[in-house]
Design a protein around this ligand. Structure first.
Ligand code: SAH
Length: 340
């Protein structure tokens, strides 16, 4: 069976060329051609016919099939079909600094966060590396655009599929690959502590966002069952390890849920648990799903933001994208019959 070239990081492709008896420098030429010039076969590289044939026998260039597309002024969404008949959704957001894609890492999710639509379908499997890379290439191909940022914030918990996520970010941030700046590649986790440290220890770590959503362990455990295993203090300690090691500032994501976690007291508590560490808080207006939760109103969010600032915490409110496409945070689900 042929191997899918989109699953290969550059170091892995070099090793593979070597084991085929080829000069690994050719792997650099191919990788660069695939991601920089959109090569989708081995014909244009000027290799000897014998080499081209060997590569053609070894590698395929398979991308997920686009089965539906939706577009609005600030966002676009694709429904992709994978080779085993599973579906995955992926989103493009047109932000001020450029085009940012939001990719999924799993079919379904096992984390069970109460407010999140994605978790309503239990994980069926991890996406493989080529399926995650395929989402980015499908979007840039379909909408003919350059990709300037990548958020690993779609369906799934990326640190529950750590190696695939690590290979994916290596491909998108590699100078010879898609060359997206590492500060513009963000992995978001619900807080799997040992994996946060492993992420910090990668040779070229990208940015990190942590879904905190509450500053009190009792409340966070109710909203996010993972908190029973990895409580807030441990998550923030791991985040501090990451920021000391990488010099990247960690984003703490905080969904504003009406009457649940949005009081002034909650803001003070959040500032207290942060305790002067160099994190910033990203306040996320909740996108309604079928759950019982409601979004906090705009004044409440501004006031919460104000209390954080009075207590020395940098905080921003996330712009909302793609609400009309049901493409916003937490609204993706692979069960396309229901949502697309
Ligand atoms: N599993 C990872 C990444 C996927 S979720 C994580 O937990 O971080 C990406 C972000 O969207 C998380 O912060 C998640 O808590 C948030 N989210 C989930 N449902 C949402 C909703 N309905 N409205 C707004 N944000 C939501």
């Amino acid at each position: 069976m042929k191997m899918n070239i989109f699953g290969y990081t550059l170091p892995k492709l070099r090793r593979s060329f070597e084991s085929l008896g080829e000069n690994p420098a050719k792997a650099d030429i191919v990788f660069n051609g695939v991601y920089k010039n959109g090569a989708r076969d081995f014909r244009g590289f000027g290799f000897a016919e014998r080499v081209t044939e060997k590569l053609e026998e070894t590698f395929a260039f398979d991308l997920p099939k686009v089965v539906e597309r939706r577009e609005s002024s600030d966002a676009a969404k694709l429904l992709l079909e994978l080779s085993d008949g599973e579906f995955v959704e992926t989103v493009l957001m047109r932000q001020r600094f450029g085009n940012c894609v939001c990719v999924s890492t799993q079919v379904g999710c096992n984390m069970g966060c109460k407010f999140c639509q994605s978790g309503q379908m239990k994980k069926r499997r991890d996406l493989n590396v080529e399926e995650i890379v395929g989402q980015v290439l499908a979007l840039s191909g379909e909408f003919s655009c350059k990709i300037d940022g990548v958020s690993v914030m779609g369906i799934g918990e990326p640190f529950d599929s750590f190696q695939n996520t690590a290979d994916f970010i290596s491909i998108v941030s590699d100078d010879k690959g898609l060359a997206v700046g590492r500060r513009h590649v963000t992995v978001s986790t619900c807080g799997i502590v040992p994996k946060i440290c492993e992420y910090a220890d990668l040779p070229l770590p990208c940015s990190l966002a942590i879904s905190l959503h509450a500053a009190d362990d009792g409340l966070r455990s109710e909203l996010m069952p993972i908190n029973k295993k990895y409580p807030i203090a441990d998550v923030l300690k791991a985040a501090e390890y990451y920021s000391n090691k990488t010099r990247h500032r960690v984003a703490l994501e905080y969904i504003m849920l009406d009457g649940i976690n949005d009081s002034d007291e909650c803001a003070r508590q959040l500032a207290e648990v942060i305790g002067g560490r160099d994190f910033y808080v990203n306040l996320i207006p909740y996108n309604s799903t079928d759950s019982e939760f409601r979004k906090s109103d705009t004044d409440r969010i501004s006031r919460f933001c104000g209390v954080l600032k009075e207590n020395g915490v940098i905080a921003t409110k996330r712009r909302e994208f793609g609400a009309d496409l049901k493409a916003a945070c937490g609204q993706l689900r692979s069960d396309h019959e229901k949502k697309f």
